[in-house]
Write a protein that binds this ligand. Structure first.
Ligand code: HEM
Length: 410
């Protein structure tokens, strides 16, 4: 019998539709190290949580490069410095604070909530656009265009440029897929090249806004002069690249995973239709049960760290498998059950600690509006194919298409 390591099975596309049995196996070895020079996989909820808060775990792209994973964020090769998701304090904190100013505490939740009407309008427009069709692709016709439109408006990137920037986003996202041993160097080169192109495209917009600010986030980033001082132009560009990509490549999966899960549990679809308030619990449970970011692979230990009796040596790469932590039986009762009525639902879907998701309030609101409106307006929706075809990516995981039949549009 040929034996494939769990690591290889997790990255193997053949297991993309249902990686959860593999995560269950991971729980047998809470710290798994299968290959010399390979990553240490951590899968228990409490270990992941504490490591996300541990300053001995670095997100710095330079440390990861030193650990042997030639990171796509490397300055020399892209000409763009790594964004703050690939930096440690104090730089991380300074850049994140500046990026947060437009939302800025104490206004943050209110600013996002004030977008509710605008988001609902975009969603209605997309659903009306289904027209007379009785079959849709939830991904291409809804779950992708919606967050793209939102992040474009927020940043001030022209929506009609999507076909252009999409050709750069795709290789960048492919570069986020953890090393699988094949075509890695080529994939990273493609990602670096695309990141530079996207940065150059955004540079034109940033240049305009620096002369004529228009109140969008690009304007705010380029004119910011708070207590943390201004961002350099390069910092503005790498932050804009991060926000543009993080702003839609994850939310598309939350909405699609959400619709798929609801179609597999039609009793909740029915309940949601009659009680839109239920959507809050549904979205939180989705972030636990089918998290769009399955694992955080870009971390390095900068000291020896002992986890459950295993010493992870300084310089090692470490993967925090959020999706496994979310189904840890030591943490959640009946973890493989989709149960939006759970009272205790502190999932790891948005990470935790200093790098915890910057866009979580927006992502939550987008998914809530998207799913409650689909539930309300599609009459008798049915899955055409289960499981649907998945995107390649093991980190940002979700269906590539989701065909749904329905009887009428309400
Ligand atoms: C970070 C998930 C949507 C912006 C993260 C992290 C996770 C995550 C797990 C932590 C990464 C790490 O620890 O290295 C998600 C999910 C989303 C979502 C599941 C949608 C369902 C968004 C949106 C935006 C955004 C809409 C922007 C508007 C960011 C940024 C970071 C981040 C900037 C880096 C934060 C830092 O390093 O301090 N996200 N995200 N995300 N997310 Fe999200």
């Amino acid at each position: 019998m040929t034996h494939h390591s769990l690591l290889r099975q997790i990255t193997d596309y053949a297991n993309r539709a249902n990686p959860y049995p593999l995560y269950k196996e991971l729980h047998n070895t809470p710290v798994l190290h299968e290959e010399d020079g390979g990553p240490y996989l951590v899968s228990s909820y409490w270990d992941i949580l504490s490591l996300l808060h541990d300053p001995r775990i670095s997100s710095d792209a330079a440390n990861l490069a030193a650990a042997g994973a030639d990171e796509m964020g490397g300055v020399a090769e892209t000409g763009l410095p790594p964004s703050f998701i690939r930096q440690d304090p104090p730089e991380h904190d300074r850049l994140r604070r500046i990026a947060n100013r437009p939302f800025g505490p104490p206004h943050s939740p209110r600013k996002i909530d004030s977008m509710r009407g605008e988001l609902a309008g975009i969603v209605s427009g997309l659903i009306d656009g289904f027209g007379q069709a009785r079959q849709i692709d939830v991904v291409d016709q809804f779950a992708y265009p919606f967050p793209v439109t939102v992040i474009c408006r927020l940043l001030g990137v022209p929506r009609e440029d999507e076909p252009r920037f999409h050709t750069w986003v795709e290789p960048i996202v492919a570069g986020l897929d953890p090393d699988t041993g094949k075509d890695d160097a080529e994939r990273r080169r493609g990602a670096q090249e695309a990141r530079m192109q996207l940065g150059m495209y955004l540079a034109q917009l940033v240049e305009q806004r620096s002369k004529e600010p228009t109140g969008d986030m690009l304007s705010e980033l380029v004119t910011s002069h708070g207590p943390d001082g201004p961002m350099t132009t390069m910092e503005v560009l790498s932050t804009a690249v991060l926000l543009l990509i993080a702003g839609h490549e994850t939310t598309v999966n939350l909405i699609t995973n959400g619709m798929l899960t609801l179609l597999r549990h039609p009793e909740y679809l029915e309940r949601l239709r009659n009680d839109p308030g239920l959507v809050v619990g549904i979205v939180e449970e989705l972030l636990r049960y089918e998290p769009p970011v399955q694992l955080v692979p870009q971390r390095t230990c900068i000291a020896d760290i002992e986890v459950r009796g295993t010493t992870i040596p300084k310089g090692s790469k470490i993967w925090l498998v959020l999706a496994a932590g979310n189904r840890d039986p030591e943490r959640f009762t009946d973890p493989d059950r989709f149960d939006p009525d759970r009272k205790d639902i502190q999932h790891l879907g948005f990470g935790s600690g200093i790098h915890s998701c910057f866009g979580a309030p927006l992502a939550r609101l987008e998914a809530q509006i998207a799913l409650s409106e689909l539930a309300r307006r599609l009459d008798n929706p049915r899955l055409v194919k289960d499981p649907p075809p998945y995107r390649q990516n093991a980190v940002l995981r979700g269906p590539r298409h989701l065909l749904v039949d329905f009887d009428a549009l309400r």
